[in-house]
Design a protein around this ligand. Structure first.
Ligand SMILES: [Zn+2]
Length: 321
């Protein structure tokens, strides 16, 4: 019998990664091709589709493709278009799904938000298997989120639902890339914890190895390594970050009453250093209705493969619906 697979495609600014993924989340084949930017979209589509066909061909008739899921910047799930992605240079409005469908008979789906596809990936292949209600928070350079409620990803009327990283947690707080102040992402991201460490250096006398590093060179990994060695300032930076994050999660929970909240991404890799203060602050600030009910868990997906896993998972989700 042929193995049912979904093709997950992640279109990045430089490269496009293609993965052939089965229902269990095993990647049967993976390849990549340059994202041809500032060119006629058809040039890119020809390269992309021949790469897909070649990959499928190499699997030698052992698979049955059920659909293609695509993660692309500024794309709209509902219309299937990529709109205003100036870095790609394919024009203002590209009917990407429609164009892909000229090559393939099976369903083609686009999704823009990485955290949304990560959430679907977690539900199909990861630790959220069998869960109908959960929130995925991706703690990378920024903070992304995907909300699954009643077994469905919440997309909203325009497809942009689930931007919890831009919930204001301190109106007089740090300036955010979105133009406002005090968004969660300015605290609970890799860049956020670096800002916190710099502030602690400037405003406290706490001794720290991090004082020898110019603030501009800070990385969250550096702060983690210092914390592991017991560096007081680094530990404090994690505690502050966890406090902000946990308090925010306590509020998020009121919206959809999730069974679990998953943390994914660089900062989540810090394990107990981030999970313990986050869990504490979450329970401390939780409305009694949800007290001690919501699990805070690490994602079980391979961080390096999340883009294609997430994109492919969207196909299974779509078939379920
Ligand atoms: Zn913001």
């Amino acid at each position: 019998m042929k193995i049912e697979v979904a093709i997950g495609i992640d279109i990045g600014g430089t490269n496009t990664v293609i993965g052939v993924v089965d229902r269990e989340g095993n990647i049967l084949a993976e390849t990549s091709t340059p994202t041809l930017t500032n060119t006629d979209i058809n040039n890119y589509l020809n390269t992309l589709t021949s790469k897909i066909n070649e990959t499928v061909f190499h699997l030698n008739g052992t698979i049955e493709v059920k659909g293609i899921g695509i993660g692309a910047p500024s794309s709209n799930y509902y219309t299937g278009e990529i709109v205003g992605a100036s870095n790609l240079g394919w024009g203002d409005r590209v009917p990407f799904v429609k164009l892909m469908k000229e090559f393939y008979d099976y369903p083609v789906i686009v999704l823009t938000n990485d955290a949304n596809s990560a959430a679907v990936g977690e539900m199909m292949y990861g630790a959220a298997k069998g869960m109908n209600d959960f929130i995925m928070l991706t703690l990378g350079t920024g903070v992304g989120s995907g909300i699954v409620a009643n077994g469905k990803l919440i997309l909203g009327h325009d497809g942009f639902a689930g931007e919890l990283g831009h919930v204001i947690i301190d109106p007089n707080g740090r300036e955010c890339g979105c133009g406002r102040k005090g968004c969660l992402e300015t605290y609970a991201s890799a860049t956020g914890i670096c800002r916190t460490a710099s502030e602690l250096i400037a405003t406290t006398k706490t001794e720290s190895k991090l004082r020898n590093v110019p603030a501009l060179n800070f990385t969250s990994k550096m702060i983690y390594d210092a914390a592991v060695k017991g560096d007081e300032l680094a530990l404090k930076a994690f505690e502050i970050t966890g406090k902000m994050l946990g308090k925010a999660i306590a509020d998020f929970v009121t919206f959809s009453s999730p069974e679990a909240v998953f943390l994914f991404g660089g900062l989540a890799m810090a394990g107990d250093y981030i999970f313990t203060p986050t869990r504490e602050a979450m329970e401390e600030n939780m409305c009694f209705l949800y007290s001690n009910k919501v699990k805070l868990l690490p994602s079980k997906l391979d961080g390096a493969k999340i883009a294609i896993l997430g994109a492919s998972a969207v196909v299974w989700q779509e078939m379920k619906n």
